[in-house]
Design a protein around this ligand. Sequence first.
Ligand SMILES: Cc1cc2nc3c(=O)[nH]c(=O)nc-3n(C[C@H](O)[C@H](O)[C@H](O)COP(=O)(O)OP(=O)(O)OC[C@H]3O[C@@H](n4cnc5c(N)ncnc54)[C@H](O)[C@@H]3O)c2cc1C
Length: 384
Amino acid sequence: MDFSLSEHHEFLRKTVRDFARVEVLPHAKKWDEEERFPKEIIPKLAELGLLGIRIPETYGGSGMDVTSYAICVEEIARIDGSLALTVASHNGLGTGHILGFATESVKQRYLPKAARGEWLAAWALTEPGSGSDSASLRTTARRSSSSPGQWIINGTKMFITQGSVGGFCVVLARTNSDVAKQKGITAFVVEHGTKGFTASKHLEKLGCRSSDTVELTFDEVVVSDDQRVGEVDHGFLDTMKILDGGRISIAAMALGLGYGALDMAISYAKDRKQFNRPIAEFQAVQWMLADTKTELDAASLLTYRAAWLADLGRPFTKEASMAKLFASEAATRACNKSLQIHGGYGYTREFAVERHLRDAKICEIGEGTSEVQRMVIARQLLAG
Ligand SMILES: Cc1cc2nc3c(=O)[nH]c(=O)nc-3n(C[C@H](O)[C@H](O)[C@H](O)COP(=O)(O)OP(=O)(O)OC[C@H]3O[C@@H](n4cnc5c(N)ncnc54)[C@H](O)[C@@H]3O)c2cc1C
């Protein structure tokens, strides 16, 4: 729909769209096939300000609003879901947690490097045994008995984006087992190269194959109390706020993948002839296009409403979950219908639509599954 709220947002949308067409489109298929994280694009993303979207200019970032963040992610996703996931998670999760809750010295140390792309950010909440029930995480951080200013982290994290290519990771660990599970978790920032902190090899995935996804292990990892992000035992409550914002970006990623697939379907339907006519003349095809456009525009309105509320500083938990739920499921349907319109060719790797379909599926899972979004929405409706 090209939902832009101001001239400034429209300009940003055009800038990022042009960038993605020139710098990403020629390589996205190859990156996906090679399942390789494209390190070479990082300096270009940084140059355009896409690695410090929400970071204030005082720390070298772009200082943009949430609406701009959604626009950037959407436009990259039109071309490449993997890179959109990288931009979304780097900006919204890892750096977002530091920006929102860290001390000034932690912000000074990490945010400028993150904005320059010298250090990509990872954010580690999920574990092999805890996903939707994330508060039941088992990674621990205990105070060192010999050095009171130090913490020792032990545990394993699963499915961590930028886990092996990032420069640092914000990790959530249990610091108090004597209270309700949500109230005994603390966040710490751990740098790559820290003794005992290791990343597994890249996990093989259905989609977003050139995004880096790994398992992380923390074996007696020592961090100083200065590397704590937020108050002790307050990490899970902060995490819920981080996920609210992150869900807007996943909704935006879904929008981009869906609109990208729709563009491909329209173009293919006009070109492809059967029964001596372009298939675009068949009502069955037209209805698929019409339904897709209607659903994606509805998803866009939900997404940018949530972003608008966030920019106003108003509550947006329910709206972010609604946007993510609807946009992610609409995107999967959009990609599936586009592939159907492409017929057998859509099923081959010659056309990008199959990659979009594979990439879109993660939007229904990451940062809370569709089922979890329904739980969040219902909880909000029934509260009060
Ligand atoms: C590519 C990728 C990147 C990711 N990046 C990150 C990252 O950077 N950092 C991070 O911390 N995590 C990351 N994740 C993890 C992601 O957030 C989790 O996979 C997701 O939250 C689901 O958790 P799970 O996989 O353990 O599924 P489970 O929680 O085991 O769920 C399995 C199924 O059960 C359903 N279910 C669970 N509980 C309920 C319930 N109460 N009611 C109804 N249904 C329920 C779920 O909806 C799902 O359908 C990533 C995952 C992937 C695949």
